[in-house]
Design a protein around this ligand. Structure first.
Ligand code: XMP
Length: 365
């Protein structure tokens, strides 16, 4: 029994039937892993699964399936696409081409860092498409958040498609779909359907048009397992421990019209938030800056200013689906505020979002 559930666990020991109404796999469940461990013992399951084995077998299978064909991957720089690209690269080497579209809405230094890791260190075929101008042009005068998302998503696919066609003769598309993605978009592993929670921006829709076969080796895994594989494959911590970043990038964190000037301001402020939180050693789920569509009066160096505020958003995850605002130390917030107002031209105020999810969401949009 729990406060909101009349039967949260039940058992028929004689028949060895056990039922739970909570998530034993989340870190917040005391002895959750022990529960799963006991369950496996009762079922007399052979424990033959290991991460190392899984990776080796997946790589061998991809190699066999692809059989010398050409493979394409949209690399966003997020953990999932980075890990999946590295895995497939191990299987097919030069037959894999990764395409990375710089929308102009990436974080500070992101494109350079990815180039360094994938092109220089891992020696992959890693194609960077500079598309900032195209994105900003399409986003001119657009203020509606859903419209912005749609424009960014669609243009991304069009650019990707064009590049893919130019490469010619591609048969496979790699996607970093995880178990949780499969569940939230309505298809679970067993082929049963779960409620549609949300469909995120990805390169879905492409294979149908281009006749590409999908390779999705992470389909049975959770995020923490994907991070483990990333580490095993030698990806740097900066990539395997990266915080979630929305597909449309800074586009969802600039409220109102998106312009280059605003993206540049937000990029700088966001880099300061990230740098300071990381330097403090505090481990939280997500931390970033938001640029709202308003200005207010300030005073800087004896002069009146009429500048933008920056909103700091920092979050800890209480359980699987609810998120709480992080109680960051005042000193850390003070440091971030001083640095942002000193270093980012056009910002004269810094505020801290103290709302949980629900009632708010993580992103502002
Ligand atoms: P919300 O704002 O819905 O965000 O509370 C929940 C989590 O999802 C991330 N997010 C996205 N991730 N593509 C993604 O891959 C997207 O379009 C997207 N939008 C939001 C958000 O950063 C948070 O971690």
């Amino acid at each position: 029994v729990s406060s909101n559930c009349p039967i949260s666990a039940m058992a028929n020991n004689a028949k060895k039937i056990y039922g739970l109404q909570f998530h034993p796999e989340v870190v917040h469940t005391p002895n959750g892993i022990k529960i799963l461990d006991n369950f496996l013992k009762i079922c007399q399951v052979k424990r033959t699964w290991s991460m190392k084995d899984f990776v080796a077998k997946s790589i061998a299978k991809i190699k066999q399936d692809v059989d010398g064909g050409k493979v394409l991957c949209a690399l966003s720089g997020g953990v999932d696409s980075a890990v999946v690209a590295t895995m497939v690269h191990k299987a097919v080497g030069k037959n894999l081409t990764c395409i990375y579209v710089d929308t102009g809405l990436m974080r500070k230094g992101e494109t350079e860092q990815l180039k360094k890791v994938f092109r220089n260190n891992l020696r992959m075929k890693f194609k960077v498409i500079q598309a900032e101008k195209q994105f900003l042009k399409k986003l001119k005068n657009v203020t509606d958040p859903e419209k912005k998302r749609k424009i960014i998503g669609e243009l991304f696919i069009r650019i990707f498609e064009k590049e893919a066609c130019q490469l010619g003769n591609i048969q496979y598309l790699v996607q970093g779909t995880l178990y949780t993605d499969a569940v939230t978009s309505g298809v679970s592993l067993g082929g049963r359907h779960t409620a549609l929670i949300k469909s995120h921006h990805n390169v879905g829709g492409l294979p149908e048009k281009m006749n590409l076969k999908l390779i999705e080796p992470l389909r049975e895994l959770y995020k923490d397992e994907v991070r483990q594989i990333g580490k095993m494959l030698g990806l740097p911590k900066k990539i395997t421990e990266r915080q979630p970043f929305p597909g449309p990038g800074l586009g969802v964190r600039i409220i109102g019209e998106i312009t280059k000037a605003k993206a540049d301001i937000l990029r700088l402020a966001d880099a300061i938030v990230c740098e300071e939180v990381e330097k403090s050693g505090i481990k939280i789920q997500q931390y970033f800056a938001v640029l709202p569509n308003l200005r207010s009066v300030g005073v800087q160096g004896d002069a009146r200013t009429y500048g933008h505020p920056i909103i700091i958003r920092a979050l800890t995850s209480k359980e699987l689906l609810t998120v709480d605002w992080a109680r960051l130390p005042y000193e850390l917030l003070a440091k971030i505020s001083t640095r942002i107002t000193n270093e980012v031209k056009g910002i004269n105020r810094v505020v801290y979002d103290i709302t949980s999810k629900p009632p708010a969401t993580v992103e502002w949009e």
